[in-house]
Ligand binder design. Sequence first.
Ligand SMILES: C[S@@+](CC[C@H](N)C(=O)[O-])C[C@H]1O[C@@H](n2cnc3c(N)ncnc32)[C@H](O)[C@@H]1O
Length: 268
Amino acid sequence: MFDISNMSSKAMLEEQYKNTDNLRLRKGLHEKYSVNKVGFQRWMFEQYPFRTGMKVLELGSGRGELWNYYFDNAVLQGYDMEITLSDFSDGMVEHLQQTYTGRGMSVRKIDISAIPFACDTFDLIIANSMLYHVKDIDAALCEVRRVLKKDGWFYCATLGTNGMLQYLYRALDALGISCNHETDVSFTLQNGAQLLEKQFDKVERRDYEDALKIDEVADYVDYIYSMASMQGLERKYYDRLLDYFNSKKEDGYLYVPKEYGMFVAGKA
Ligand SMILES: C[S@@+](CC[C@H](N)C(=O)[O-])C[C@H]1O[C@@H](n2cnc3c(N)ncnc32)[C@H](O)[C@@H]1O
């Protein structure tokens, strides 16, 4: 029996995000095998209500990939916005500084639970795939609300409870690899609206339809071993996982469900 790592454990987060390797590996799987070719990052980026002179803050930026779409768009670059990318991990901040400093963006080390800006500073705040790592979600959302302008918007992406994690738990159960998967994910598509409504007056959920269609199953097993929550999974199970997922292929492909989406929240 192994314990699914708690998604907000400090030691787990430090190890998982000490550099960009795990994130890069996981992004690679999505890029290669996603059925929806728009791509989750691009889908999100195209919905942000950018306008001239806006002040934008991204929390938990990770590798900052979202901003590739910004640099691809000459019109947006002409908007003269003040954009701050941030993360609480030194490794991510270093990567962001190397990639974005000098390109008209600021990079700061910021923990969402203590955002070092005055009240009512930002027109747009973005926090993608990171709220489920936060221990005190109410306090973090209260901080976001505090630094968001009255007519500003908060966009946050997350996962649902009927997606890749649950598919994996069913596989581990079927293989008799016992793990404690009772650990709740703190911020999901299912409970996110309720949590956001404590701080924001308007909350809307938007879903991104997608699945993985995989031919090289080893890529998926490598992905599993890179997951923050799977750090207790022993290497000795690698081949059994490989055989199991190969046996689940239909017409040469393994289909893995995904459930991703985002919330848009506003103050007034
Ligand atoms: C799964 S990654 C998502 C990265 C990026 N937003 C994306 O969608 O590709 C989660 C990121 O959140 C950061 N993070 C986790 N907890 C945080 C916190 N309390 N404050 C700020 N960043 C945090 C991690 O260091 C990591 O870079």
